[in-house]
Design a protein around this ligand. Structure first.
Ligand code: FEO
Length: 394
């Protein structure tokens, strides 16, 4: 494969992975992903920014030969996770004079996870610059987006910012640049939800830093490149903001339809009061869509029946995931149905530990909800509406 020139001796050297259907063995990929690597030819030295997911290492290395690259001086590791760093050992072997440039935290990760020798690594500090001749690499430490070892690399003269996972998307591409269309928006939001949302506070900080830096290009390590970075920067400003939207997310599972009936009732009533609702069937819908709903929701209402002596395990799984993603939701509740008892609402509510929403009185009934019990759901809906009104969403 011919490396594609982005601009002025900076090349795209990454690969698409169209066949990958799940990432981290957790969340499905709708459109595969890409592992982005970049080659920078300075007048004196050549640098590679991030490398390749190991299953693609052979093709990746062959491409250096096909493009006539006989020497690499620096391999910049912006982050130690192996979808980007996994081919560093092979690249070091191929180019025996090359040094890895990375921060102290990432150095430790590379030594422990990839067994890279310390003498092949040169530690860089925040804002340190290294010259390639007519081009200068500047390193910007960005711990927390999304690992403690993450950093960005800024190519000063070309105003190109290499952000590793930050501002990326799981999406293959043929043309280099993001089209900033609905597909890019939804894939980038899904990616933000799954990978960056737990670090929203840090994301806000680095989104602002990048906005002030005003790069011409933002070059992430997954998904299309941004030659109009304002689009993705504005998206992150919205997604990572502390203010939720007038949205209730109802992840639910229902065994005999009793819980689903309650979900549908609440959905309809909330809609009638001008509140947007996403009902997410935890058995049939894509887990990634649940994560996306969590980006904006002000309220989460978990719908679950009891299984044996506890909440349905599929609902528990979703609650554990939601808690790990640390959404901005301010309120939560539980609705559901039981056959012979157990602690449904208490168990689910106790799992919200990272974002501590205010719990609105749950509605748990035996079997099918009776006409005489529907006022309990009305009360729940009215409480949600009042809470949304109180924080200026309605
Ligand atoms: Fe794409 Fe955190 O690795």
């Amino acid at each position: 494969m011919q490396f594609k020139e982005i601009n002025n001796n900076v090349f795209y050297a990454g690969l698409n992975d169209s066949n990958r259907v799940i990432f981290d063995e957790l969340i499905p990929l709708e459109h595969g992903t890409s592992y982005n690597s970049y080659l920078i030819k300075g007048s004196n030295k050549t640098a590679v920014i991030d490398t390749m997911y190991p299953p693609f290492c052979d093709i990746y290395l062959q491409n250096f030969d096909k493009n006539g690259i006989t020497n690499v001086d620096y391999i910049v590791a912006n982050h130690g996770e192996q979808d980007h760093s996994g081919s560093i050992p092979s690249l070091l072997e191929k180019f025996p004079n090359a040094k890895v440039l990375t921060n102290q935290t990432c150095k430790q990760n590379l030594m422990e996870m990839l067994l890279i020798n310390e003498d092949r690594i040169q530690v860089v500090s925040n804002n340190e610059e290294i010259s390639l001749g007519d081009k200068t690499l500047r390193f910007i430490l960005a711990p927390g987006v999304h690992w403690p070892d993450t950093m960005f690399t800024y190519l000063v003269e070309d105003k190109m910012l290499f952000t590793c996972d930050f501002l990326g998307s799981h999406l293959t591409f043929d043309d280099l640049y993001a089209k900033n269309d609905e597909l890019l928006y939804s894939m980038a939001k899904r990616y933000y939800a799954e990978i960056m949302m737990p670090f929203a506070f840090v994301c806000r900080k680095y989104t602002s830093l990048i906005e002030n830096l005003n790069p011409n290009y933002v070059l992430p390590s997954h998904g299309p490149l941004h030659d109009n970075p304002k689009f993705i920067i504005d998206c992150y400003k919205d997604w990572a903001s502390e203010t939720p939207k007038n949205l209730v997310l109802i992840p639910y599972v229902s065994m005999y339809g009793s819980t689903e009936e309650m979900v549908n009732y609440v959905d309809k009533r909330l809609n009638s009061l001008g509140i947007n609702v996403i009902c997410h069937d935890l058995v049939r819908d894509d887990l990634g869509d649940l994560a996306v709903g969590l980006v904006d929701a002000a309220t989460i209402v978990v719908g679950a029946p009891m299984v044996l002596a506890g909440p349905h395990p599929i609902a528990l799984n979703a609650v554990v995931l939601a808690n790990a993603l640390k959404p901005k939701a301010k309120f939560a509740s539980v609705i559901g149905s039981y056959g012979w008892g157990g602690k449904l609402a208490e168990t689910i509510s106790s799992l919200f530990t990272t974002f501590k929403p205010e719990i609105i009185e749950p509605v748990i009934v035996k079997g099918k909800i009776k006409e005489t019990e529907k006022n309990l759901l009305d009360n729940l809906v009215d409480s949600i509406a009042e809470k949304h009104k109180n924080i200026g969403l309605l």
